[in-house]
Design a protein around this ligand. Structure first.
Ligand code: SF4
Length: 305
């Protein structure tokens, strides 16, 4: 197999990382590169492992998204949606395995595939009651998913689901872009609905607008959907709310401009743009004592444990 090449491919999460601590961005996209390899230098291996760390709230979202994806794949393949009790039991037992594998360190054998919590790696582990509350929250959100009218509608018309957590790469101007849509479904009238499951409490409206604009750009450019036929819906499974967001020509234009501006800024820091070479010294950390360091994944390799 050919060697993997570290390319600068724009994504919403990369842009968000770039707008935060520069050193954390460097660890995530350069310092950890190759750390999956058994023969990697210790620094790259450590950065790679730390990149994979999650927190309880992030993990809740990952588990619930995986349940939604699995259920919709099943119905798309012709199976009947199983009872919620079965989904809940699977999510709860998987969650327990995640916690145990993180606690005993066995996740480190396969950090890309298994779950490692920051709480075990760096901090004093939460109490059993806190883990129990996190698992109960997962159950609550899975039940909310089964009760949600949009989820039920998807299960009724599975052939219309065109995208389901699929990683896509496409070109915008002079940079490639990655997107992963939770769900993109045809509306039966020549348009599409982009559905996003939200599992946390707080979301930034400006951040959401950029993300949806990028999805709209993908739908128009790669799927040929007219820009006035896109609807975006957020279903917040934690709060039990739904919201509709505009995605039209203006949002799509703004997204393309934002990608160009952000990619230019990312390249401006590189020592060698053609080969995507970034040097740690060009990516300073936050001032010592910055609050963000206390929950940063990379506080170990950064020397701020
Ligand atoms: S520990 Fe602080 S300075 Fe270091 S990478 Fe994380 S946020 Fe940046």
């Amino acid at each position: 197999m050919a060697d993997l090449v570290n390319e600068l491919v724009w994504s919403h999460s990369r842009a968000r990382a770039f707008s935060g601590c520069a050193r954390a961005y460097w660890f995530a996209y350069y310092g950890s590169w190759g750390g999956w390899d058994a023969g990697a230098p210790d620094a790259a291996r450590d950065a790679y492992v730390q990149k994979k760390l999650t927190s309880r709230s992030m993990w809740t979202g990952t588990v619930v998204h995986a349940v939604a994806e699995h259920a919709l794949r099943q119905v798309r393949e012709g199976f009947v949606l199983g009872p919620v009790e079965m989904a809940v039991a699977g999510a709860r037992s998987g969650a327990r395995r995640d916690i145990e594998g993180s606690q005993d360190g066995s996740w480190l054998q396969r950090p890309a595939r298994r779950v490692g919590f920051r709480e075990h790696y760096y901090e004093s582990p939460p109490s059993e009651a806190d883990w129990g509350a996190a698992i109960d929250e997962i159950e609550r959100q899975v039940r909310g998913l089964w009760d949600n009218r949009l989820f039920q509608r998807l299960c009724a018309v599975p052939a219309r689901i065109k995208e389901l957590e699929d990683l896509r790469r496409f070109r915008v101007g002079d940079v490639d872009v990655f997107v992963v849509l939770d769900v993109l479904v045809e509306d039966g009238r020549g348009g599409v609905v982009i559905l996003d499951w939200k599992t946390g409490e707080a979301h930034n409206d400006a951040d959401i607008a950029v993300q949806l604009g990028v999805y709209g750009l993908y739908a128009t450019q790669e799927l040929g959907v007219p820009d006035d036929r896109i609807t975006a819906m957020h279903v917040n499974l934690r709060l039990g709310t739904e919201s509709r967001h505009p995605v039209g020509a203006a949002e799509i234009h703004q997204a393309a401009a934002r990608i160009a501006e952000s990619a230019t800024a990312m390249r401006s820091r590189l020592r060698d743009v053609a080969h995507n070479v970034a040097v740690a010294e060009d990516y300073p950390g936050l001032p010592v004592g910055a609050p963000a360091c206390s929950y940063c994944n990379f506080r170990g390799v950064c020397g701020r444990r």
